[in-house]
Design a binder for this molecule. Structure first.
Ligand code: PGA
Length: 248
């Protein structure tokens, strides 16, 4: 059975002091039947690994280079992330796609780098409001998913996590209803099943977009929603932990 994953995406937020506050505020998560992950900014990854991994929270990055190594000023390779103990990496987040013109092909190249060094890619897909209103949601997210899965082996696909994040719900306070999200998750899982039934059954598909404790229980109760990718509500231990407790 798929175990829930509650993943935080700190984006470009936080400081060393905030990490200390987060650790001090973290409570008892032992009754929460889920895996935990925090994806932090590059400079804080070593501190996050030192302080969060002992609490049972895995640590991920928010991007990696599509290149293995070399003269790529400003880039951070998957190998470097693996070297310092990072276990996951968010790839293809809509903010990267929008502000850094990341194409499906580039996201795929990054996924391959991540897999080559044993990182678990959390691959994001999602439609804009214009696309949703034009009735294009399924076509957009399936195309984003298929661009990745067609180029990977079944063994590689077993390492992946997907996140459905409607762009219009990110940081806006607008959340897809559980039914809206479930419909897209079911569509994504159907695409995976065309490739392999076993893969579709095993694949974790997270929902992201204004997830908070007030809406997480209803979202995570949907049969094809396997947890959340949480931005704003992952920045404090209290808010983040409350999402886990909402499932009890
Ligand atoms: P949000 O961000 O929870 O603040 O909407 C989610 C994300 O972008 O991953």
């Amino acid at each position: 059975m798929r175990r829930k994953l509650i993943a935080g995406n700190w984006k470009m937020h936080g400081s060393l002091a905030d990490i200390g506050t987060f650790v001090d505020g973290w409570g008892d998560a032992s009754k929460v039947d889920a895996d935990w992950l925090v994806c932090g900014p590059f400079p804080y990854l070593p501190e996050l690994i030192k302080r969060l991994v002992p609490l049972g929270i895995a640590v991920g990055a928010q991007d990696c280079s599509a290149q293995a190594s070399g003269a790529y000023t400003g880039e951070v390779s998957a190998q470097m992330l693996a070297d310092i103990g990072v276990s996951h990496v968010i790839l293809g987040h809509s903010e990267r796609r929008a502000y850094h013109q990341e194409s499906d092909a580039l996201v795929l190249a990054k996924v391959k780098q991540a897999l080559a060094f044993g990182l678990t890619p959390v691959v994001c897909v999602g439609e804009t409001l214009v696309q949703r209103e034009a009735g294009e949601t399924d076509a957009v997210v399936v195309a984003q998913l298929e661009a990745i899965i067609h180029a990977l082996t079944d063994a590689e696909l077993q390492q992946l996590i997907f996140a459905y994040e409607p762009v219009w719900a990110i940081g806006t306070g607008l959340t897809a209803t559980p039914e809206q999200a479930q419909a897209v998750h079911a569509r994504l899982r159907a695409s995976l099943a065309e490739r392999s039934e076993a893969l579709a059954v095993e694949m974790r598909i997270l929902y992201g977009g204004s997830v908070k404790a007030e809406n997480s229980a209803a979202l995570f109760a949907m049969p094809d929603i396997d947890g959340g990718l949480v931005g704003g509500a992952s920045l404090t231990a209290q808010d983040f932990l409350a999402i886990g407790h909402s499932m009890e």
